[in-house]
Design a protein around this ligand. Structure first.
Ligand code: DO4
Ligand code: MG
Length: 309
């Protein structure tokens, strides 16, 4: 079957023979100036529909409902305040969810990490093939950088990279209710020195970015056709560009979510990054001032400048 146009994937039957393609739903958190954080729906990548007057003031109650996408489609038809996207500040699309990440889900990630460390090579090789995936805690929601906010490279690391990853948005029942873009910032020299240093290589100040919003209503079969593109800009120079496809992920989304929820509860839901398939060459390391852009079809672009932390 031919790939559907990126982002135009949900259909409704409008008559016996004429399914209609629906535009993607982009659910965001935003603020104006120093004002309170509100929940909105991004339309045409230009306007934000403020959902506050419709009683939607937080993401979680919406995501816990039986049909968040259906509810949002109904809300989109209401008379609600409209703001220009350029006039608001997007906030990370998380409230109290724990942020977790899966690792070594792409062949590219496995080979890069085996080259990075003789010491840990067999662990990466084994986990790629094992039934149980690698899952690790990544961030508290309050520590996540939104699109536009800085991400960090550790002051005590010498080899730092972004990891562009599709992120699954899960409600408290473990249901996949949406997708967003994640950046699993990583210090490869620390990780490569010893696998037991993984939490220090992965979990530090500003090590996770999510955004720019959550896209709802895309089934896994459609999301697996999305492309993932990473570019890194240094001043006027593009110092890295690479891409992959979500379809290269070895494991199913439900499989990853199922493992995350084994013997574990997430009363506020969770976000699960699904691993990276784009790895810059070993000679590349990020510098303060670089700007990282991660674009995923059907979602948008997550853009973050880099600072040393
Ligand atoms: O075990 C190292 C982490 C792997 C990872 O974060 C990834 O593959 O994305
Ligand atoms: Mg990763």
């Amino acid at each position: 079957m031919d790939a559907a146009p990126a982002g135009l994937l949900e259909t409704v039957a409008t008559g016996p023979m004429t399914p209609r393609t629906l535009p993607p739903l982009k659910l965001c958190r935003f603020a104006q100036g120093d004002g309170p954080v509100r929940v909105g729906l991004v339309r045409d990548d230009a306007t934000v529909l403020d959902l506050t007057p419709a009683g939607v003031t937080r993401l979680q109650p919406l995501l816990e409902g039986d049909d968040p996408a259906g509810r949002l489609r109904r809300l989109a038809g209401q008379q609600l305040p409209r703001l220009a996207l350029g006039d608001v500040r997007l906030r990370a699309p998380v409230e109290r969810q724990e942020i977790w990440a899966a690792g070594v889900t792409y062949l590219r990630s496995k080979t890069a990490r085996m080259e990075e460390s003789d010491f840990s090579a067999s662990a990466y090789d084994r986990v790629y093939a094992a039934e149980r995936p690698e899952l690790f805690f990544k961030a508290l929601a309050e520590k996540v950088a939104a699109s536009g906010e800085p991400v960090g490279i550790r002051g005590d690391a010498t080899w730092n990279v972004p990891e562009p990853e599709l992120a699954l948005v899960l409600n408290s029942r473990g249901r996949i209710v949406g997708h967003t873009i994640g950046n699993d910032m990583s210090s490869r020299d620390i990780e490569g020195a010893n696998l037991l240093y993984l939490p220090q290589a992965k979990v530090y100040e500003r090590s996770c970015a999510l955004g720019p919003w959550i896209t709802l209503g895309t089934p896994e079969t459609a999301a697996r056709r999305w492309g993932v593109r990473l570019t890194i800009q240094r001043g006027r120079r593009r110092v890295f560009a690479g891409d992959t496809s979500v379809g290269q992920i070895k494991r199913g989304f439900e499989e990853l979510a199922g493992w995350l929820f084994r013997s574990q509860t997430f009363p506020h839901g969770a976000v699960l990054l699904t691993g990276t398939g784009v790895v810059p060459p070993d000679t590349f390391t990020l510098q303060a001032g670089d700007v990282i852009e991660i674009a995923i079809d059907g979602i948008g672009t997550l853009r973050n400048p880099v600072v040393v932390v």
